[in-house]
Design a protein around this ligand. Structure first.
Ligand code: PLP
Length: 346
């Protein structure tokens, strides 16, 4: 997997639809906006109490005690901190390829190595091959489910079985950034395994379903010993600001907003997939807020046409072929995307 997206530099026209970063197009909920504005006045204080309150709310939601939770400014922070804590003395990380590269990039940057394992033909994690890839130098397995940039999921039963068994040898990090877009998140989360005492680290974020990517809040659920060990190297709450914490506390209480995001996302995805089908694109069925498809024309010309049309997307080279990943925007943004895509389709 290689990112081959043309940067949206000063030569590009004004962007009309930003469909490149898997963001939620609807902005934070009204409750979040008010909470963030109200919290500004407390900006002179550290946010320890707000962090403790948010941790308690998350612990209650996940059905664990507070010592199972660590917060971070986005899940990126927790991916990076986990990698830094485990790979300072080298070792390897096993993950699917293609997948979300953040953890592997940090691992490699500090001297660890990556053992990529191809996905199965139906774009799920090849759990048998991943188990076989674990060796004496493996310090962590990374699983992104649903997987970015493909939008596909790995069946819960197979993943649970794999995690239960392999985590007796090496910890497994499950990145569930897009879990809440599924119709049945509870059946697909691996948090249940953490509760059973398995050495699994589950990451979640407020960036996607909560529409708070720029406010930066994420968390992990893991064994208390793991949280404690991580906390002895890096501090969980010191990087957090009172505005974002207050926003996250408010957002957790706004179930209607999350429900609506899920519904609108699904409507846009259904519309988009219908259009892609009409245009003959073999898109990968997605359960997330993005869809990826292999393009049929010249990659430079394709990106040029989208850029001229004011639409930013991501392009990846996967298996020596160019693929376009488009995030769900609002319905008018998706209509703009499809009209520009028609021009880019030859
Ligand atoms: N994990 C996955 C799979 C992602 O796609 C992203 C962002 O797109 C992240 C983690 C990072 O999200 P954040 O740092 O905003 O929580």
């Amino acid at each position: 997997l290689r990112d081959i997206t043309l940067p949206w530099d000063e030569t590009a026209p004004a962007m009309q639809a930003r469909l490149s970063a898997n963001e939620n197009p609807y902005g934070p909920s009204e409750l979040v906006r008010k909470a963030v504005a109200d919290a500004v006045g407390f900006g002179n204080r550290y946010g320890h109490e707000d962090a403790a309150r948010l941790i308690d709310m998350i612990a209650e939601k996940e059905g664990v005690t507070r010592d199972y939770i660590m917060l971070g400014p986005g899940s990126t922070d927790l991916l990076e901190k986990t990698a830094i804590s485990l790979f300072l003395k080298g070792g390897n990380i096993v993950s699917a390829d293609p997948s979300y590269m953040s953890m592997m990039n940090t691992t490699r940057a500090i001297g660890g190595t990556w053992k990529p394992v191809p996905l199965t033909a139906d774009y799920a994690h090849d759990v048998d091959a991943m188990a076989a890839a674990v060796d004496s130098q493996t310090r962590l397995i990374y699983v992104c489910n649903p997987n970015n940039p493909l939008g596909s999921i790995t069946p819960a039963a197979a993943l649970k079985q794999f995690c239960s068994t392999v985590s007796t040898k090496v910890p497994v990090f499950i990145d569930e950034a897009y879990l809440e877009f599924l119709p049945n998140p509870q059946e697909n989360t691996m948090v249940g395994l953490v509760k059973q005492g398995k050495d699994i680290i589950v990451a979640r974020t407020f960036s996607k379903i909560h529409s708070m990517a720029g406010l930066r809040i994420g968390y992990i659920v893991a064994q208390p010993e793991r949280i404690k060990a991580l906390g002895s190297i890096v501090r969980g709450t010191m990087g957090l600001c009172v505005t974002s914490l207050s926003g996250a506390i408010a957002s957790m209480q706004d179930k209607a907003f999350q429900e609506n995001s899920r519904k609108l996302n699904m409507e846009c995805r259904e519309y988009l997939c219908g259009e892609l089908k009409n245009l003959g694109y073999a898109y990968i069925p997605s359960l997330t807020n993005f869809v990826i498809f292999p393009i049929k024309s010249d990659v430079q010309a394709f990106q040029g046409t989208l850029r001229e049309g004011g639409v930013s997307i991501r392009m990846f080279d996967i298996g020596e072929k160019p693929w376009c990943r488009v995030s769900m925007g609002t319905m008018p943004e998706m209509e703009l995307f499809t009209s520009v895509l028609k021009k880019a389709t030859v």
